[in-house]
Design a protein around this ligand. Structure first.
Ligand SMILES: Cc1cc2nc3c(=O)[nH]c(=O)nc-3n(C[C@H](O)[C@H](O)[C@H](O)COP(=O)(O)O)c2cc1C
Length: 475
């Protein structure tokens, strides 16, 4: 990888939308391709359960440097030829503060696999994206990505204050810890996850883990300033994300006001002051509706190093979205009917979440009401202190009674959607419940989805990452 900073970043899109194939295509062209590190332990074991027909998962696992790990995973989850199409995927351990060795192995190895595949065959820069709010898997995930030589770690959806210091420590082979938000702890009580590379590597000399650059995704200059003052290590730059961006958005500042349709209202107060970032003096990129060449120019004129773009890449051939989703959304975009709803309550994280309105998906209230609630993946669970002093986990999208029994409220569960299952269904890895119910999809994108058909040439029904790059950065 060169030390030049990328002008174009292809944003991390979970779960699996910014696939290794997409990041590979972008990075091969010399721009920053980012895979998502969210939920990849599940996508790895399910791909193995589907027989890993293209052999990519096994090829990457073969390169995993800690002996025994790949073998254990393959033995437990690989099904030669794949499971029957109507059979359930096996279950895997849910993320918990103390993880079993298998849960750790899946997390470390799956992050390794994504980065390894994104880096294959070129020396362009590859990054990995995490959501700060999904805290429990962070240490194992980022270690796996570093074992594969990830060039950038990019973290949003929260305040990733201790990430840079953790990257420094893991680079030096030191044990690390991550503070977990646990509801109901005593004053002064702090609960951490722990990870020790020496212990994990079972006595082999530690494989190299170069220190990746660290970029924080922020929606306000206040966060930028706070990161500069308090981050535990060097922040290499900032991605400043506007509320038009796909995926989760930062909530509006202050008390949240909603439109009559229930969408959060953003005001001038939510516009970040770029002057503050210029004064900080580090590279910054603008994200959220920067999918036009003139906007790239405008960003550069404002002092940005470049832009981060998501939605424009989300429907190209190399993206991980299921082919049928791409086809349907491109059709809606072409006919001018693609619509985005910023759902203030769908996500159990509490952050607004942008949803593409698509028939027969969980964006339709009737389909949503029909789904039997279940919590079997658990990434978005909140940790809480139980009466007996132990840590429990609850999710506002789990069965309502379970949530209430764990101290949640009935109102707090209304309208919450199981993003864990839906986002895996979006990439064709949907679970099938014991009663045969197939987990449904829920597509997210930015406002730019309305125009995403602009990349499709007349007479074609698809486009490639290279088309987006050519469009954004004409020679
Ligand atoms: C399908 C999809 C999934 C996304 N998932 C994530 C994610 O997991 N983490 C993240 O930081 N940003 C996520 N984003 C935001 C993108 O990384 C990027 O910042 C954003 O899409 C830029 O705005 P644009 O969509 O207008 O180009 C997602 C965006 C899309 C379209």
């Amino acid at each position: 990888m060169t030390n030049d900073l990328p002008m174009l970043i292809q944003g991390g899109m979970g779960v699996g939308v910014s696939s290794p194939q997409l990041a590979n295509a972008v990075a091969s062209a010399g721009h920053l391709g980012i895979v998502s590190g969210t939920g990849v332990d599940t996508s790895l074991y399910r791909r193995l359960g589907d027989g890993d027909l293209d052999g990519s998962q096994r090829r990457a696992l073969e390169a995993f440097p800690v002996p025994g790990v790949a073998e254990r995973i393959l033995e437990k989850y690989y099904i030669a030829g794949g499971k029957a199409p109507d059979a359930r995927y096996k279950s895997k351990p849910m993320p918990t503060i103390k993880m079993s060795r298998m849960a750790q192995d899946l997390m470390v190895a799956s992050n390794f696999v994504e980065v390894f595949l994104a880096k294959e065959g070129h020396d362009g820069p590859v990054g990995i994206n995490y959501l700060e709010k999904i805290q429990i898997p962070h240490l194992t995930s980022v270690y796996g990505a570093m074992l594969a030589g990830v060039d950038y770690v990019v973290v949003g959806a929260g305040i990733p204050m201790t990430f840079p210091g953790i990257l420094d420590d893991l680079h030096e082979g030191k044990a690390v810890k991550y503070k977990i938000d646990v509801k109901g702890t005593e004053r002064g009580e702090v609960i951490y996850t722990h990870f020790d590379p020496v212990e994990y590597c079972d006595g082999i000399p530690l494989p190299p883990t170069p220190r990746p650059k660290f970029l924080a995704i922020v929606a306000s200059h206040v966060l930028g300033t706070a990161m500069e003052r308090k981050a535990t290590g060097f922040v290499d730059g900032y991605i400043i994300e506007y509320p038009t961006a796909g995926g989760h958005n930062a909530p509006p500042r202050g008390k949240v006001q909603l439109t009559p349709d229930g969408e959060p209202i953003y005001t001038d107060r939510d516009i970040p002051d770029l002057g503050v970032f210029r004064d900080i003096g580090k590279p910054f990129w603008l994200a959220g509706g920067y999918g036009e060449p003139q906007q790239v120019k405008a960003a550069l004129e404002l002092g940005a190093t470049g832009v981060q773009v998501g939605t424009a890449f989300a429907y190209c051939e190399e993206s991980g979205f299921d082919a049928d989703i791409k086809r349907r959304v491109l059709e809606l975009s072409r006919s001018g009917e693609a619509k985005i709803y910023t759902d203030a309550i769908a996500s159990p994280t509490g952050f607004p979440f942008k949803v593409v309105e698509l028939e027969d998906t969980l964006s339709d209230p009737v389909v949503f009401e029909k789904r039997t609630r279940v919590c079997d993946l658990g990434y978005l669970r909140t940790a809480y202190k139980k009466d007996n002093g132990r840590v429990g986990y609850r999710c506002s999208a789990e069965p309502v009674q379970d949530y209430v029994d764990k101290g949640g409220t009935e109102e707090g569960a209304v309208g919450r959607k199981c993003l864990c299952n839906a986002l895996l269904a979006n990439i064709g890895l949907n679970q099938i419940k014991d009663d045969g119910e197939v987990e449904g999809i829920l597509v997210t994108s930015g406002d730019d989805v309305k125009n995403v058909a602009r990349f499709v040439e007349p007479g074609s029904d698809t486009y490639y990452a290279a088309d987006v790059i050519r469009y954004l950065l004409p020679a």
